[in-house]
Design a protein around this ligand. Structure first.
Ligand code: ADP
Ligand code: ZN
Length: 210
């Protein structure tokens, strides 16, 4: 199954993509994680992406299209994959349609107020991409998956979150319509107080998993 996870920042795309990756044994391809890893490693691409990411703006289409096109060539994508955070513009979606066949675009929908709360308490592992919320960490500072020290993303600061939400509304939300017209859109409406496991169950049902 070749999947796209759509939805506003903080909707839980990354969390559910990781759970699904483990269940279906297909890779989660997160452009955000790849860009942050490139930033951390100090590559040329990472350095050029940094100012966009930290301002909550989108990295130029050509850059992310190139990354995804390369990544999808790898052997582990032959049995399927989950695109998490890509495409984020209609231009990216059109490029993707030239080198990939997508089965389902899953839209994870969530209210803005919930998003702001979630992002401000988010902590991430820059090594493996796992994400946490301070309310469930009980003071722990290391990644439960790989042991790396957790950090707060600069773009999770409240001022930047507002900008990311406007960028989402202007540039990414039109993809909901785009995939609706292609006939492959499915939507999961997250109850504001739903637990990760409850929402993941909705994700599974929406994808028709037993
Ligand atoms: P979130 O879904 O929480 O906003 P991501 O980790 O997906 O976070 O993305 C973080 C940042 O990385 C984005 O705000 C943007 O600057 C950049 N980025 C990630 N994916 C893309 C993309 N497909 N196109 C352009 N920029 C991207
Ligand atoms: Zn980790």
């Amino acid at each position: 199954m070749n999947l796209i996870f759509l939805g506003p920042p903080g909707a839980g795309k990354g969390t559910h993509a990781q759970l699904l990756m483990n269940e279906l044994n297909i890779p989660q391809i997160s452009t955000g994680d790849m860009l942050r890893q490139a930033m951390k490693a100090g590559t040329e691409m990472g350095l050029s992406a940094k100012r966009y990411i930290e301002a909550g703006e989108l990295v130029p289409d050509e850059v992310v299209i190139g990354i995804v096109k390369d990544r999808l060539q790898a052997d582990d994508c032959k049995r399927g994959y989950i695109l998490d955070g890509f495409p984020r513009t209609v231009k990216q979606a059109e490029a993707l349609s030239e080198f990939a066949q997508i089965d389902v675009a899953l839209n994870i929908a969530l209210d803005d107020e919930v998003i702001v709360k979630r992002l401000s308490g988010r902590r991430v592992c820059l090594k493996c991409g796992a994400t946490y919320h301070i309310s469930t960490l009980n003071g722990k500072e290391d990644c439960a998956v790989c042991g790396e020290k957790l950090v707060q993303r600069k773009d999770d600061a409240p001022e930047t979150v507002q900008n990311r939400l406007s960028v989402y509304a202007a540039q990414t939300a039109p993809l909901i319509d785009y995939y609706q017209k292609k006939g492959i859109l499915r939507t999961v409406n997250c109850p504001p107080a739903g637990t990760v496991q409850e929402v993941y169950q909705l994700v599974r049902e929406t994808l028709g998993l037993k």
